[in-house]
Design a protein around this ligand. Sequence first.
Ligand code: ADP
Length: 630
Amino acid sequence: MSSGKLSDRFDYAGLLLAVTMFTASNFHAIAADTSSATADRAPRILIVYPYDERLVATTIAGEALRNRLIQATDSKIDVFSEFLDLSRFPEADHVTRMGPFLAEKYATRRPDVVVALGEESASFITKYRATIAPGATIVTAGFGNPTAQSNDLPDDVISAFSAYDILKTAEMARNLQPKARHLYIIGGSSDFDRGWLAAARFTLGDFSRSYETTYLEDLTIEEFVDRAAHIPSDSIILALTVFKDRAGRNFIPREAIRQIAATASAPIYGPYQTYIGYGVVGGNTVPFDTLGRTVGNLVIDVIAGKQVADVDAPQTYIVDARQLRRWGLSDRDLPTGTLQVNREKGFWEEHWLVAMGALAVLLIQAGVISILLFERRRRQRAESRSLLHLLEAVHLNQSATAGALSSSIAHELNQPLSAIRSNAEAASELLRSENPDLQLIQQILQDIQEDDQRASDIIGRMRGLLKKRSEIEWQEFDLNEVMSSAIRIIKGEAERRGITLNTTEPTIELPVRADKVHVQQVVLNLATNAMDAILDAGSSKRTLTFATGLTNQKAALCVADTGNGIPEERLSRVFDPFYTTKQAGTGLGLSIARAIIETYGGTIAAYNRPEGGAIFRVVLPLAGQKGEGS
Ligand code: ADP
């Protein structure tokens, strides 16, 4: 016999008239000696299974019972199992041998509680209780109260009843198919099947009045299949059991139901958990594990010496989600708490861990991005603040340079102005003569114009030097040009100080991108420092040399002097702010020069020349290149 068949046998046991449910209220006082006997040792529980270990129904119930006991007693419990194997050994002799055998086996370990799963186990243990487990409490499970009564179980036997309520299954179907007009009830031809049909007729009496009701009975399996396939689609089909068909063929009920359901033209419902997966939508049932836990709770109370009474194991609605989908039924119409089997999880249910992970990563990423953005904004603000400070400093530096050069500039201006005055006087003199030489006067006026232009160039250069900038004026220009304009500015001062200016003729254009006035200021700073150094040295050789050229694909400008140079140990410090060796120095010129050059992605460095004197070298990226600092 297959395990499926065994499962059904357990499941269907005691089903007749189970529909008329009531709960026994006969309480059983458990002998006080049961608890006292277990005071100094772990309680002993014997679970008696009717068949063998392959019977899914009893195995699930038994395992749930064992787990419940172990959990409740913290493993301080001895659980024994006996499989009566009555399906394979149904002979009376076998039972007669098993009784004394178990009585002897448990002679030294008498159980305190015996749990009999299924009707056959219950009959067996009530027969042999005096020898196997004298004084033990008997708990039975896996059948309905009517079965208990028909088997005449002793009053002190406690039961966890499984009641299969076909009316509840029918009502569930009505909720799912409110538009159904027909009701079909399927039952087989065995005594059990017929009993079930009779019980259903009784229980569904009122319910079936709302439908055109047909009992499909006394049919062969082929007829069942054929009839079910031609049933109107607005029908509810209730499948009871088909242990046998009209032709006398035996079936495991769920196998028969599966054949019928395969081509049925309306949904089929049934009151057994074992029908799930066999083409049945579902129904109201007592799941095996729930039954096991219910028995477990009874046993725990028994061990604790509490008063216990018969209980009904909780019923559950169970449905196959695939069948709901097959028939277009909505799970919203199911009773609350219905257990859905084969339910495809929604995206969120299925992938919640991954989704949460992804969400967390996104949040972290978003957090990091905001921090970086915030940091960037902060940096940008800091950068623009420091640029403003630099522009301020450069302007002050320019003003200081202009101040330092003012006497030579005044001197420089003096030349064109004096020339203009002398030329103007000469022209008036000529005009006063009788025959003024107009050509000469013309020449004088032209000289005056040129001198005026010179004066205005000098003033223009000063203006450019003093112009205050609120932001960098980016432009592309030739570094040679800046060198020339710087030389023009300091030329007068150099002359005044008796310094010869040397420049190399530019051989190549050096296009750079920066603010021209800023770079010019750097050259002026280097030049004025060089002139200071030359004067300081007091040597007769007073030469200030400017040179430009290409170095490593970059534009370079050098300013060299014939001063005393920079002591080696101070070479690295000359660019530090406020580093000065001069009495009236500020120590800011070189630090500003470095800040300017670095702003445009360049470098500035100081060296000593082997022949004496210092040399400062500025390197800027050629326009179109990326600077070191950028
Ligand atoms: P300041 O000119 O106000 O002292 P700078 O920052 O321009 O400030 O220069 C810092 C110091 O670097 C100078 O005081 C001087 O000691 C040194 N220095 C700068 N240029 C030269 C040079 N060409 N030769 C020798 N020393 C120099």
